[in-house]
Ligand binder design. Sequence first.
Ligand code: ADP
Ligand code: ADP
Ligand code: ZN
Length: 215
Amino acid sequence: MNIILMGPPGAGKGTQADLIKANYPIPHISTGDMFRDAVSNGTEMGIEAKKYMDSGRLVPDEVTIGIVQDRLNAQDCNQGFLLDGFPRTVKQAEALDQVLAQLGKRVEAAINIDVPEDILVERMTGRISCKDCKTVYHLKFNAPAKEGVCDKCGGELVQRSDDQGETVKKRLEVYAEQTNPLIEYYQKQGNFYGIDGNRSSQEVFKDIEKVMGSL
Ligand code: ADP
Ligand code: ADP
Ligand code: ZN
């Protein structure tokens, strides 16, 4: 199954990806996670990417397309993949189609999680995640049993530096300008599935399962 998860920042892509991963044996490829790993490892790419991430802008297409292309060529993508947060521009979507065509594959479903803007702001500003296992929580909507501590691994829960203030607003603007056009891109391909993300994670997941079951 070759799936992409789309939606504005804070829509619940990562949360749904975790639920999908637990039920389907396909690798979860999150460009945001890949960039954050590069930042914490202090690689050259990470240092460059951090500038864009902290200002709420997209990392340049050439960099992003390159890392996804390498990842899709890995052995574990033979049975399919779940792309989370990629593509985010029409140029990335076109590059993805090309890369997949070379591998004899295509995007089977572009699942778009839709959430109103005021809710997105609330979700982003309350998001915390585990430094170690990366599990995502929310201060109000999905709080850990013990404040500041990961339920799963006991790791420390931290807020992302880009989930604050002006950066949140900028990311929403960038989404509207650069990523929203992808809805039409995939509608034209006939593989677009729109999901109402303004419900509980379990309800959203049920609809995603329906889409995946229909492929
Ligand atoms: P994205 O990957 O799209 O940016 P996340 O999955 O990280 O989004 O979710 C953003 C924040 O909203 C997190 O704090 C998460 O716990 C919370 N969240 C995710 N889905 C829901 C939901 N259906 N209802 C309420 N809060 C949610
Ligand atoms: P969210 O969905 O909550 O915005 P992500 O973790 O997907 O968060 O992305 C965090 C940041 O990483 C983005 O704001 C952007 O700077 C960078 N990034 C992630 N994916 C891409 C992409 N496909 N193209 C360009 N930049 C990206
Ligand atoms: Zn953890």
